[in-house]
Design a protein around this ligand. Structure first.
Ligand SMILES: *Cc1c(COP(=O)(O)O)cnc(C)c1O
Length: 223
């Protein structure tokens, strides 16, 4: 099936409250344009340099989401255009995002990444660390970031009970976060669910899914 058909198959079945991020990492601009030309505008990349190159080449009404693990020294390259950073996993990174956003007179939306998977290779903070950041006075001083919610990646496994447990833990963490008055925590988004598990994620409360291979086909990392 074509990219267009794949995309329509997904968007036609999504509930209204769920946003689709089309994950275009490793895919050429021509593939992304197929999705763009039928009206899709939200794309996710996991490498800053690749996202910057695509941003420069492509129409400017695209919303670019950084979904990968992010190093502090790379924030500056995308601070002028990135629309949502999903993988914020420490406060120092948030401070750097704030600093770079300020230079461009912007507020950058972010999600805190929670480690829900039972795998050492996955990044993220604990629910308690997220709660501490959200309740901190230090966060309220970062006027150029806004925390819109949480992001998580389930364990890479065929055990759907485990995946379900992990998604439910993210939803529960989201529901338990208490913003301070007038804070720059505006909880709206739970980013969870990928090609293999997005339906389950939606059942567990996801409001934003990140789908790559089910739209663009499998990725070939060797080229
Ligand atoms: C690659 C990636 C996805 C999409 O994965 P698919 O299985 O191709 O849908 C989603 N989230 C993150 C963080 C990714 O790196």
């Amino acid at each position: 099936m074509s990219i267009k058909e794949n995309l329509l198959n997904i968007t036609n079945t999504l509930p209204d409250h769920v946003t689709l991020v089309a994950v275009s990492k490793t895919k050429p601009v021509s593939d992304i344009m197929e999705a763009y030309n039928i009206g899709h505008r939200i794309f996710g990349e996991n490498k800053v340099q690749e996202m910057v190159e695509k941003y420069e080449e492509m129409p400017k009404d695209i919303e670019w989401h950084m979904i990968g693990h992010l190093q502090r020294n790379k924030v500056k390259y995308m601070a002028n255009f990135v629309s949502l950073i999903h993988g914020v996993d420490n406060f120092k990174l948030l401070k750097e995002i704030n600093k770079q956003a300020k230079k461009h007179d912007r507020i950058i939306d972010c999600l805190l990444q929670i480690k829900i998977a039972d795998e050492d290779s996955k990044f993220g903070m604990s629910p308690n660390e997220a709660q501490d950041i959200i309740q901190s006075k230090a966060l309220s001083e970062l006027q150029h970031v806004r925390i819109k919610g949480l992001m998580g990646m389930a364990t890479f496994t065929n055990n759907i009970h485990q995946i379900e447990r992990e998604f439910k833990m993210l939803k529960q963490t989201f529901d338990s976060l208490k913003p301070l008055e007038n804070s720059n925590f505006k909880p709206e988004t739970i980013s969870m669910g990928m090609s293999g598990d997005y339906q389950l994620a939606i059942d567990c409360g996801s409001t934003m899914i990140r789908v790559g291979s089910s739209i663009f086909g499998s990725r070939n990392y060797s080229n």
